[in-house]
Design a protein around this ligand. Structure first.
Ligand code: GLN
Length: 197
């Protein structure tokens, strides 16, 4: 089974781990740089991006994680995880940094404060697929760089992008039981191994 890390410093870790297990992958909770070795992919969950950024740097995980993603490790960032991946944040918290591995700019909390999650169905990719998405204090992508593909929009804003083996989404598929995005991540693992997806 593919070993898929879930960054486990803060946020919605358990939901991603159980969805990965359900899809036949082996989730690996990642709290240290050592735990990055031997992974086939990684998920950066939702939560609070400024807190995750602070903990990443405190635990010496920022640079090793950045190197792994730049090295081609298939990566899925959801919500706060997308903010971590972005090369720019329009409205960072004081001192907030990001990994700068995905050439997009994001705006945090772009859909209002949303204390409860909002669930919607979104068109996904160009092939007629849809995903059930939950938005909670979600970011929007306000700029996409060269080679960044837009996979979904919500209320006119870009909410899902991909570049190489990096996928970033504003919403929470793990809260609606939506497996398409995680299956997409696992297909990137299979493609990298040269196996059929
Ligand atoms: N608004 C949060 C942030 O800035 C993200 C919210 C989420 O991950 N659900 O990190």
């Amino acid at each position: 089974a593919p070993r898929v890390g879930v960054l486990a410093l803060q946020g919605g870790v358990a939901e991603h781990a159980s969805m990965l297990r359900e899809l036949g992958a082996e989730p690996v909770l990642v709290k240290t740089a050592e735990q990055l070795t031997g992974l086939d992919a990684i998920v950066l969950p939702g939560g609070e991006s400024s807190t995750m950024d602070r903990l990443l740097r405190l635990f010496g995980l920022r640079d090793p994680l950045r190197d792994a993603v730049l090295g081609g490790l298939p990566t899925l960032g959801t919500c706060a995880g997308l903010i971590l991946l972005a090369s720019g944040i329009e409205d960072p918290a004081p001192g907030q940094q990001s990994l700068e591995v995905l050439d997009v700019t994001v705006a945090r909390n772009a859909f209002g404060p949303q204390t409860a999650s909002e669930e919607v169905t979104l068109a996904w990719g160009g092939g007629g697929d849809v995903v059930r998405a939950a938005f909670i204090r979600a970011p929007a992508v306000t700029r996409t760089g060269e080679g960044v593909e837009v996979l979904a929009r919500h209320r006119g804003e870009v909410v899902a992008v991909a570049s190489g083996a990096v996928v970033g989404i504003s919403f929470h598929p793990e809260l609606t039981g939506e497996t398409a995005v995680h299956r997409h991540l696992l297909s990137l693992v299979a493609a990298r191994r040269g196996l059929p997806a």
